[in-house]
Design a protein around this ligand. Structure first.
Ligand SMILES: Cc1ncc(COP(=O)(O)O)c(C=O)c1O
Length: 397
């Protein structure tokens, strides 16, 4: 058996690779440079063009581009009308922002457990957690796989709830042939560098509801409007604008929008390569009894953002931390997604107890995300496979 690098053996790779990274080519750089030397570098034509493009990509009628995915979720939660006294059901395995947006509005996140096979929010647990105070759901397309939208939309219809889809991971994914963005009341994207397309930072909300759209546009710029129909004191003074509610500055610059427009041209090839890499990992790891492969629902045609390596710990002489450290030392560096949100000390102090979502907690103890991004070469992918096999062989019972 090969000695693991962590115990002095030779690492599988000389240079480290990490779980995610951006891909920026010369066309992207040229698009940014061109915009930087144009007349408007913020609130200009590229933002409008990007919004049009996002409507095409998502199938929604309207898009509002903002400074990051967290801002998108914040504005969506405000626009949904969540407020103090309301409960909003949120996925338990996600980045904190999916729940924080509910807190920003003074409402209470109620965490629903995950389906132990797909890792997405479990519709049955959503049903169990509905009370007369429930006003909405924030459902996260974790790893890029669409949530069970038919069932969740049905729950929303029955209980008059607003559905916010956190699609930070899932641009490019389709549910029953429909693009993510066309199926929830509001869908939020993130364009952070590890995501499938990036603007450095950036986010967007897409919706087909005109009233939501108008409010999102207003909240993005301080709650200020130029539309006389939305004003309390409309005038024909050409300079006049009016702040009608309290909003934020969540605008995106035009050079970020230019980068995103250039990146979105490459979405089909980004998506295809991510699928190809995930399929390669699946094919190998499905045959290994020490590992569990994420189950795909047939409705989701998934552009995979994260690849979850899940350990069957009863078959290994190590815990997740030892496996993680060993894989890291091989220079195929993993990360963990995610701590159950309510395990963060902020939420713990609010009174959320351990044991709330048993499937989520078990999941967290067994997983790590391995490298998955567009520019991984076939050799890189095989290095990751070799490193995983090497660590499994070492710790196999
Ligand atoms: C599931 C999820 N929601 C929301 C966000 C927040 O996006 P951003 O980092 O663009 O604010 C992220 C990003 O990491 C995420 O993974």
């Amino acid at each position: 058996m090969e000695t693991l690098a962590i115990f002095g053996g030779t690492p599988v790779r000389e240079k480290p690779i990490y779980y995610g990274r951006q891909y920026i080519d010369e066309e992207d750089v040229a698009a940014v440079v061109e915009t930087l030397t144009s007349d408007l570098i913020t609130c200009g034509p590229k933002v409008t063009e990007l919004e049009k493009k996002l409507c095409e990509v998502s199938g929604a009628k309207y898009a509002v581009v903002v400074s990051n995915g967290t801002a998108a979720l914040h504005l969506a939660a405000m626009t949904a009308g969540f407020q103090e006294g309301d409960e909003v059901i949120v996925s338990s395995i996600t980045f904190a922002a999916s729940a924080n947006c509910v807190r920003y509005c003074g409402a209470t996140p109620v965490f629903a457990d995950i389906n132990p096979r797909t890792y997405n929010i479990d519709p049955e647990d959503i049903r169990r957690k509905i009370t007369p105070r429930t006003k909405g759901i924030v459902a996260v397309d974790f790893t890029g796989q669409a949530v069970e939208l038919d069932e969740i939309r049905e729950i929303c219809r029955e209980h008059h709830l607003i559905l916010i889809e956190d699609a930070a991971h899932s641009i490019g994914t389709k549910y029953k042939g429909q693009p993510v963005g066309s199926l929830a009341d509001m869908t939020c994207f993130s364009f952070h560098p590890v995501k499938t397309v990036t603007g450095g930072e950036g986010g967007a909300i897409v919706t087909s509801d005109e009233a939501f759209y108008k409010r999102l546009v207003r909240l993005r710029t301080h709650g200020i409007t130029r539309d006389p129909e939305q004003m309390v004191h409309p005038t024909d003074d050409p300079w006049y604008n009016e702040q009608v509610e309290l909003g934020y500055n969540y605008r995106m610059t035009d050079f970020q929008a230019a980068l995103l427009l250039s990146q979105l041209k490459k979405l089909p090839k980004f998506s295809a390569r991510r699928k190809e890499i995930a399929a390669r990992y699946d094919a190998i790891f499905r045959e290994m009894p020490e590992l569990t492969v994420q189950e795909e629902i047939p409705e989701s045609d998934t552009t995979r953002h994260l690849y979850i390596l899940r350990l069957n710990l009863e078959r290994l002489n190590c815990d997740r931390r030892q496996f993680f450290d060993a894989l890291y030392a091989e220079n195929t560096c993993p990360q963990v997604h995610y701590l159950p949100v309510y395990w963060h000390s902020y939420y713990e102090k609010l009174g959320y107890p351990r044991g709330l979502c048993p499937n989520a907690e078990k999941f967290y103890m067994e997983v790590m995300s391995i490298p998955l991004y567009y520019s991984l070469t076939d050799e890189d992918v095989e290095d990751v496979v070799r490193a995983v096999k090497k660590v499994v062989a070492y710790y196999r019972k």
